[in-house]
Each structure stands twice: as C-alpha cells, then as structure tokens.
Design a protein around this ligand. Structure first.
Ligand code: GDP
Length: 183
C-alpha cells in the first residue's frame, strides 16, 4: 500500500503471522521485538492479537503488523482469517522439544492452504539459550528450511539473541518480493 497523504507515517503496511505449537515462544518473540519485553509466565490470553512496529528498509517506512495466535492453537485449528492477507510468516518451534519441530509440517501445510502463495516464510528455532536441553540440531532446522527454500534462524526471546534479525530478515525478504521484484 503506497503512501497517499502527508499524514501517512508509513509507505507500506504488512501483515506477518506467527505460527507454531503452543509454548514455543511466539508471544515472547513478539513482545521482545515490539516492546523489548520477556514474560516467563506460560499462561497466555486466548484470542488473536497483534502488535506493530515500524522498520525502515531502503528509505521506506514499513508498518509491520505482527499477529499472534495468543493461545488459539491449543483448542482448535487457527481460522483462515488469521492467515488472510499475510505477506510473511514466522513458523516457530522450540529447539528443546522435537515434537514442536515434527509439527512444523502441519503448520507449513496450513500456510499453504490458507496464506497467499507469495507469502515469505522463515523457520525459527526458538529458545536457543537452553543449550543443555537441545533436542533439535541446527542442522536439522537448516535442512528442513532448505528443502522448502525458506529462510532459517535460531532465536532466544529470553536473551534477545537473533530476535531482531528474525523479524528484520523476513521483512527484507518481503521487501524484495513485494517492492523490488513483484511478479
Ligand atoms: P507461545 O504459546 O508460543 O506464545 O509461547 P510463549 O511466548 O507464551 O512462551 C511459552 C513459555 O516459554 C513461557 O514460559 C516463556 O517464558 C518461555 N519462553 C519463550 N521464549 C523463550 C526463550 O527463548 N527461552 C526460554 N528459556 N524460554 C522461553
């Protein structure tokens, strides 16, 4: 969406969704990126929520509207409206829980079914601070991403490692596909 008036504070507004099993750290990745906050409580509110952050890429201001399932995935499948209009997705697993990695196939299929085929996808292995509990190697994450031609990164919402990179790299990827090389 191009800027149309002097009051506009951004050039583009993009919807990005967070998906992945309950407990992998989606809410904390979002709060780390948008508010620089971390919450160690596992209880989350039910219902779809989003938070926004403005980023600048090549002189353009992007209003990133990042959606969080906020626990919805625990009780039922996420509704199609969650994915509608998304130009990017962070697909998150917990590096200490192989089940959350195995379930990525389910989440990737959901994205294929409901999101636009041009949406850019990044696979995110979260909780990299818990090295001693690691159950999924970096190599496994990287190989899965390579297989699908998606990006890959490991993050820690707790110590903030790579969180900015995860969101920013995805937004740069979206910028390339939406602005620089739209097909
Ligand atoms: P969600 O259900 O995917 O939104 O996950 P939450 O963000 O609610 O996080 C679930 C639990 O994992 C909470 O207890 C968080 O404090 C914890 N958690 C989230 N991210 C990290 C992380 O990077 N490292 C560690 N050690 N714990 C995390």
């Amino acid at each position: 969406m191009a800027s149309t008036g002097a009051d506009d504070l951004y050039d583009y507004i993009w919807k990005v969704v967070l998906v992945g099993d309950s407990g992998v750290g989606k809410t904390n990745l979002l709060s780390r990126f948008t508010k620089n906050e971390f919450n160690s409580e596992s209880k989350s509110t039910i219902g779809v929520e989003f938070a926004t952050r403005h980023v600048t890429i090549k002189g353009k201001t992007i209003r990133a509207q990042i959606w969080d399932t906020a626990g919805q995935e625990r009780y039922r499948a996420i509704t199609a409206v969650y994915y509608r209009g998304a130009v990017g997705a962070l697909v998150v697993y917990d590096i200490t829980k192989s089940q959350t990695f195995d379930n990525l196939n389910k989440w990737l299929q959901e994205l294929k079914d409901h999101a636009d085929s041009s949406a850019r996808i990044m696979i995110v292995g979260n909780k990299s601070d818990l090295r001693h509990l690691r159950a999924v190697t970096q190599e496994e994450g990287r190989l899965l991403a390579e297989k699908h031609k998606y990006s890959f990164i490991e993050t820690s919402a707790l110590d903030a490692s790579n969180v900015g990179e995860a969101f920013n790299n995805l937004l740069v990827d979206i910028f390339k596909s939406q602005v620089e090389d739209p097909t």
